[in-house]
Design a protein around this ligand. Structure first.
Ligand SMILES: [Zn+2]
Length: 632
């Protein structure tokens, strides 16, 4: 056991109620089981990537420990079933070796692979597992359902750049896939990566007092994603293709779970792939790692469209996380409830907002009705109603609740010091907080002691009490992401934040897919505004490996402490012209090399005054990874 025991309040909250939402789920996770991997997955250098064995403690039939919400416990035990499974003759899934599933569709001469997991190592292990049981077949096509890394990052484990280049393997994706893949988190990359550690908890011990689940799967693999650009983009709903003898009908669902996403139907198998638009949990309308708020209304409407298009001809449904469903009426009921869930959250959150309730109040008054509570797949094991109603509010009305008392609040440390003083000093505040802790009023303790920690992060009593409080909140959470966030907060209060390290390197393959504009936008959010007052600079760029495209010529300017870029022309007022390849610019952004080194080597030609280039690139901030979250 790595964490503290459950308090009597938590024990009471986590009392098993013997409630099994849908007994068929246990049948579904076992159905079609063929075989499992025997050992942990490591990369070619021997580094740890994923080990389903860490979750052995989640085996079926064990009594939920009092340190885990009993409903989350059951969900985690379902996710813990891992191996190769036959969905139907012609469709297989490998589940439980990554947060996502990979699906293999048998085509005339090989496999069509849907969503090749997050990392090369997990995808390769899945391919080897199916090869061991069903024999070798070449991968003749890869389909990415959407623009999130856990659905394309392992592509190099099932095919190669060469096979795709030479036409032996096609890569099919929804319209806008490449731009959204890079674009969704480019500006906020470092902050989102840090916050994602709280959402998924990859550094928590797998243990009944630590990590048990991620809602969509037990856990995330450790390793950078790869990427091969799509060779075929799906541009409209109803588009049909025959891929190596297999018919596929596509439905585009932009701005749903991901900005570029699609569902599709296999008429020959009667199988419907709902991508990540449906899963066996309520999803996030905004993940706690942070993201642009998703469109719940569109999401629900696209599920409705899928029902109209495919439900009559789909006795089988599978998704990119969790487990499949079988039976035409079951598939329809499932889709209907998923459709209604997102519509319910959207409509009711806005009904309350239009009556004047603010986000925190809506989160208090809205409860999941019995229709949704009765089913595993509409409960909040990943997303949480508390967080999702705030996402709806934020999408339409912003974070601001219209109360001017909240318009310009003091930041955490300033307000913390004043609250400590108001409470009669640190000890008085902590005495009151301890009494609230003893009474099990954990949400209030968290608020109160947060002021204390931000007023004096060195106060050990405050840190310990806050860690103990977040831990109990984590133990009680039905949502895996809430649990992970609370337990990460407790861990960092006890151990301190991680050491600041040099800016986390972005995955190379992701950088290679960046456009020039995206590179310049990434650079722009590193400009040290305080250092460039009164400085203007204009730089013309020619990218020799982009000749004949709109990306060949660019202007990058520094003006009033901000960068701007213009595509397709040069500026006659520029101080310097830079001639180089786009590939080299990307290598510099990846920190594989530097401007200075490459100028020295002659691979970059400067024509004019190099000081203008230095005015921009000499004033970029280094963004270190690992900033503090639960303390100043
Ligand atoms: Zn996913």
């Amino acid at each position: 056991m790595v964490g503290k025991p459950a308090t009597p309040h938590t024990k009471r909250a986590n009392e098993p109620d013997d409630r099994v939402f849908d007994p068929l789920d246990l049948e579904r996770v076992r159905r079609g089981y063929i075989g499992s991997l025997e050992s942990a997955i490591v990369d070619p250098e021997g580094r740890f990537v994923y080990d389903a064995g860490r979750y052995e403690f989640l085996r079926d039939g064990r009594t939920p420990p009092d340190t885990v919400n009993p409903h989350l416990w059951r969900h985690a035990t379902l996710n813990a079933h891992h191996g190769l499974f036959e969905v139907c003759d012609g469709v297989w899934q490998v589940r439980g070796y990554d947060i996502s599933n990979v699906t293999f569709i048998r085509s005339a001469t090989g496999w069509i692979v849907v969503d090749p997991l997050t990392t090369t190592a997990t995808a390769r292990a899945a391919y080897e597992l199916i090869t061991r049981h069903l024999g070798h077949r070449p991968v003749i096509s890869v389909i990415y359902t959407h623009s999130h890394a856990d659905h394309f990052g392992g592509v190099l484990g099932v095919t190669s750049e060469e096979d795709v280049r030479e036409g032996r393997c096609s890569v099919i994706a929804p319209e806008g896939f490449l731009a959204e893949t890079i674009g969704e988190n480019i500006i906020a990359g470092p902050a989102m990566a840090r916050r994602a550690i709280y959402q998924f908890g990859p550094f928590l011990e797998a243990d009944p007092t630590g990590h048990v689940d991620c809602g969509l799967g037990n856990s995330t693999p450790i390793g950078p994603p790869g990427l091969i650009a799509p060779t075929i983009e799906i541009r409209r709903t109803g588009e049909e293709m025959v891929v190596d003898g297999v018919r596929i009908v596509f439905q585009l669902t932009p701005e749903t779970e991901a900005p570029a996403e699609m569902n599709f139907h296999f008429p020959d198998f009667g199988a419907l792939c709902m991508a990540e638009n449906c899963s066996h949990t309520m999803h996030n309308l905004v993940p706690i790692r942070g993201a642009l708020v998703r469109n719940a209304l569109r999401w629900s409407k696209y599920i409705n469209e899928a029902i109209e298009l495919f439900a009559d001809s789909s006795p089988i449904l599978f998704t990119s996380h969790n487990w499949p469903r079988w039976g035409a009426s079951d598939v329809r009921e499932y889709l209907v409830l998923q459709r209604d869930l997102y519509r319910y959250i959207h409509d009711q959150a806005m009904r309350h907002a239009n009556k004047g309730l603010v986000a925190t109040e809506i989160a208090e008054v809205m409860e999941l009705p019995p229709e949704f509570l009765a089913q595993e797949h509409t409960r909040g094991f990943y997303g949480d109603l508390v967080h999702n109603v705030k996402a709806v509010y934020q999408r339409y009305l912003s974070w601001y609740d219209a109360n001017p008392a909240n318009l310009h609040k003091l930041p955490p440390t300033e307000v913390g010091k004043r609250y400590v003083e108001l409470a009669g000093g640190m000890d008085a505040l902590l005495d009151r907080a301890q009494r609230a802790f003893d009474a099990g009023d954990y949400r209030w303790v968290a608020e109160l002691v947060n002021h204390a920690v931000f007023a004096d992060p060195a106060n050990q009593r405050a840190r310990t009490l806050q860690a103990d409080t977040l831990e109990q909140l984590g133990y009680q959470s039905e949502s895996s992401t809430f649990r992970n966030a609370y337990l990460m907060g407790a861990k960092e209060l006890r151990e301190g934040p991680p050491k600041l390290t040099q800016g986390a390197r972005r995955a190379r393959s992701m950088i290679r897919a960046m456009t020039i504009e995206q590179v310049f936008d990434t650079i722009a959010v590193r400009v040290k505004a305080e250092s460039v007052g009164g400085v203007s600079a204009i730089v013309n760029w020619t990218f020799t490996d982009m000749a004949g495209t709109p990306d060949e010529r660019w202007v990058l300017g520094l003006s009033n402490r901000a960068l701007y870029s213009t595509q397709g022309r040069h500026d006659s007022g520029a101080a310097v012209k830079v001639t180089m390849t786009r590939a080299l610019l990307l290598a510099i952004v990846s920190q594989d090399t530097t401007f200075v080194d490459e100028i020295g080597k002659g691979s970059i030609t400067l024509d004019g005054d190099g000081a203008a280039l230095l005015a921009i690139f000499g004033n970029l901030d280094e963004i270190a990874a690992g900033f503090a979250i639960v303390e100043p």
